[in-house]
Design a protein around this ligand. Structure first.
Ligand code: BGC
Length: 550
């Protein structure tokens, strides 16, 4: 199968992305681990949810010491998750339902079990094989580089007794970094991309992309040489599969992420990392300021590009792109229990972060779905699934999808203790309390509400493609903004406070327009000359289509 040619080359600007791990979604063959067979069986669920694109976490052969981000073979499927034939069948079924599929391209590093590394450590210094990775005789080179996994790593260098040299790694010591100064490495990466493009994938998430190239005397992040590599990978994709999307994982400040879009010749999309903690901060402080400030600091991007927005994902809620004071505040506000912290972040899912407050979950999703960018939903968050901070690393937010109120969560036919991970069992978020079956039967469940929101968002292209303009608000607890695309105008108003708030909006540019509330389709009084008055319930939000009369 070769890649589908999308009808609209900018399809990702209107997408709603759903992030999941194959192992966590559904166990089709009854061995306790989710697999492609199971994921294929559950595609109807995803289609009914309304998402348009699936982002799959790494599913390649791997020793799984970093949950698959430690890849030992780029061109196969981990046997626990199925075979390449299972993958192809899954892809075909996804495409049949008009679901695009985004996979991981983890090329900053490999597993130390990858044959390239095994070959490199045994080859003589200076040989092309050894040169696949970054070596040094001492561990002081590149000393200006920060450590990312601060809980486990003390240095970015590890001694290899076999090679009798240190190798460079930005993440775990079992994940040596590839050497992107070696053209043979880039050629190999292109071959990997071609392999998956030929199978028909619709895009790649470029994992840890700022760290490809190292130079002494720098932070070894965002270097011009790294951007040159990305431009080359983009040109390769454009030649072989136009329409295939590249999504940059660059956990950086907005001005440092901006270059990853290039002149529209690097990545199509990039995560907006700094926005996410500021949404949570704004909510806790009951203040629009942190959100407005970071969006004002966000540079414009080329018209063919798009921000990827998220509330939670498979990692910790990272607090790297905040100031020290903000980090202290976030830890106090959201991770009083130190066990909820990992590295420089908080290992919690969406619902527990807001104490299972339904109105706060809805408000956060309303922001996610109405801000400029493409929203990403982390599996299980559409149900309000919980986590378990007592599990190692980030495992507590990667538990089995909760399909039914049964001990194995309806995820597998095996008993809970035989699953890759025990389902969450606590009384608030456990399988009995939170599961798909119950929420489908309950018309007022979060799942039904999410389906509705996703449908609504998909009807209005302005959300994915329109401009953003904040309205000056007399009330600092209220966030008001206008999204505009040609003649389509949407007004969004959100109350970040737990108490009811008045909003007095200057809509002078829209005199004579009628605001129509979008969830209930209710016309509100016409906009006149005086400030427009609204009352919002605690954590309330309103979306209006602004319609010109006549
Ligand atoms: C992924 C993490 C992973 C790390 C190292 C990240 O950016 O999101 O889950 O541990 O890369 O590969």
């Amino acid at each position: 199968m070769t890649a589908r040619k999308p009808a609209d080359p900018r399809w990702y600007q209107d997408a709603v992305i759903y992030e999941t791990h194959v192992k966590a979604f559904y166990d089709g063959n009854g061995d306790g681990v989710g697999d492609f067979q199971g994921l294929t069986e559950k595609l109807d669920y995803l289609e009914a949810l309304g998402v348009t694109c699936l982002w799959l976490l790494p599913f390649f052969p791997s020793p799984l010491r970093d949950d698959g981000y430690d890849i030992a073979d780029y061109r196969d499927v981990h046997p626990s998750y199925g075979t390449l034939a299972d993958f192809s069948r899954f892809l075909e079924e996804a495409h049949r339902r008009d679901l695009s599929v985004l996979i991981e391209l983890v090329v900053n590093h490999t597993s130390d079990q990858h044959p390239w590394f095994q070959r490199a450590r045994r080859s003589p210094p200076g040989s092309p094989e050894r040169d696949f990775y970054v070596w040094s005789d001492d561990d002081r080179k590149f000393s200006g580089t920060r450590i990312i996994f601060t809980d486990t790593e003390k240095s970015n260098w590890t001694w290899d007794p076999e090679a009798k040299a240190f190798y460079w790694h930005r993440f775990f010591s079992h994940q040596p970094d590839l050497n992107f100064d070696n053209p043979a490495v880039i050629e190999q990466i292109e071959r990997v991309m071609k392999f998956w493009l030929d199978l028909g994938v619709d895009g790649f998430r470029l994992d840890a992309i700022p760290y490809l190239v190292e130079r002494d005397g720098t932070s070894c992040e965002n270097l011009p040489e790294t951007h040159a590599v990305i431009r080359r990978l983009r040109a390769f994709v454009d030649r072989h599969a136009p329409g295939c999307m590249l999504l940059a994982e660059a956990n950086q400040w907005p001005e440092d992420v901006r270059p990853y879009f290039g002149d529209g010749d690097e990545c199509h999309m990039a995560f907006h990392f700094p926005l996410m903690p500021r949404i949570f901060m704004g909510l806790r402080r009951e203040s629009a300021a942190p959100i407005v400030d970071i969006m004002r600091r966000t540079p414009a991007i080329p018209p063919s590009c798009q921000w990827a927005l998220f509330l939670r994902n498979h990692d910790e809620l990272t607090l790297e792109m905040v100031t020290e004071d903000e980090r202290a505040y976030m830890n106090l506000a959201y991770a009083r229990d130190p066990r909820a912290r990992v590295n420089v972040g908080i290992r919690r899912r969406l619902a527990p972060l807001v104490e299972n407050g339904r109105r706060r979950i809805e408000l956060l999703n309303a922001l996610l779905f109405s801000f400029p960018g493409t929203p990403i939903v982390y599996y299980g968050d559409e149900l309000g699934m919980g986590d378990d901070v007592l599990r190692p690393d980030r495992d507590g937010v990667r538990t089995p999808m909760q399909w039914r109120g049964e001990p194995s969560a309806g995820f597998s036919s095996r008993p809970p203790e035989a699953l890759y991970s025990l389902p969450v069992t606590d009384p608030v978020y456990g399988v009995q309390a939170v599961n798909v079956e119950a929420q489908l039967a309950d018309r007022s469940s979060l799942l039904h509400w999410m389906r509705n929101l996703i449908r609504l968002r998909r009807q209005f292209r302005v959300f994915g493609r329109g401009t953003l303009e904040f309205l000056p608000a007399a009330n600092p607890r209220v966030l008001a903004y206008v999204r505009r695309l040609d003649s389509d105008v949407v007004l969004c108003v959100a109350n970040l406070s737990r108490h009811a708030q008045p909003a007095e909006l200057d809509l002078s540019g829209f005199e004579g327009y009628t605001p129509v509330e979008m969830l209930g389709y209710t016309p509100f009084p016409r906009v006149g000359r005086t400030p427009y008055l609204l009352t919002l319930a605690g954590y309330g939000f309103l979306w209006f289509e602004l319609r010109r009369e006549g």
